[in-house]
Design a protein around this ligand. Sequence first.
Ligand code: UGC
Ligand code: MN
Length: 341
Amino acid sequence: MLPPVYGESKPFEREALSEEDEHLTLDLRLRVEDGIIADMRSLHLISFVIIIIISLLAKASKSDDGFCSAPSITESDEKTKPIYWKVTNPTLSPSHLQDLPGYTRSVYKRDHALITPESHVYSPLPDWTNTLGAYLITPAMGSHFVMFFAKMKEMSSSGLPPKDIERLVFVVEGAVTLTNTSSSSTKLTVDSYAYLPPNFYHSLDCVESATLVVFERRYEHLGSHTTELIVGSTDKQPLLETPGEVFELRKLLPVSLAYDFNIHIMDFQPGEFLNVKEVHYNQHGLLLLEGQGIYRLGDNWYPVQAGDVIWMAPFVPQWYGALGKNRSRYLLYKDVNRNPL
Ligand SMILES: NC(=O)N[C@@H](O)C(=O)O
Ligand SMILES: [Mn+2]
């Protein structure tokens, strides 16, 4: 059996061949061709196997149980979750970070703070029943207000704020029932809120569970103006003009002089950002309800996501740019209607 001959090629001079030689040449040519064909076949087989492997790898990296990708929440999952779900189930939740000793995205500086979920420290709220509170912003930071999460468990109820302190509660998860002296009761579900004037008797009662974000501050009287009980929900507030800006703005309280703060709800589509690089005398307590983006505070640029809380002291340069696939929505405390002197 003659092996296929791959000798070096000589200048080709065609000479007459005997019949036997002709047969031999044909045989050799077929053998060489067979050899090439055989190689071509194995090449096809190898490339076919490689394509299968690549497509399996690509599929695996896309699937949730893929060995190349962290479990991700698909867009359809997002759609089935209740509004503001990510505030209490953030992507970088404590369980994701607890195995990273000492790692946190939280920062505390002279004129701002970023408090991220893995840093929350809960303890029983004095005067509340069966409720844990995590204070995020207090006058110890230089603010004139407090901002805290209240995690209400089954059969829990609120305590009253101190004398002359006004309160705003916003429901981030679950539901509570608000009762006041007129013994009328109103159910507050996610995205609902209530403003309680200073020294206004009320109780927030929870049967199953609820997470509230609560703002409290000493009411600053102005002349004879007084505030009153307000109950509402974000989705029922009108969109306000925002000249020179692209974000959508709603306010949860009246803009009248009686109110010494307001709560802004601001929506940005991905890619939209604050036009004004703000520096102002007002203070902010911010909760990112939905989405993700970059918050500039002073000379620092922070990637932020739903569940993050930000303290902004007066005059801290501030700016936000929304990123990702879904809108950003944040809730923002802002003092208003009072002379800074
Ligand atoms: N930081 C930020 O969004 N600020 C403005 O909304 C504002 O009204 O101060
Ligand atoms: Mn501002």
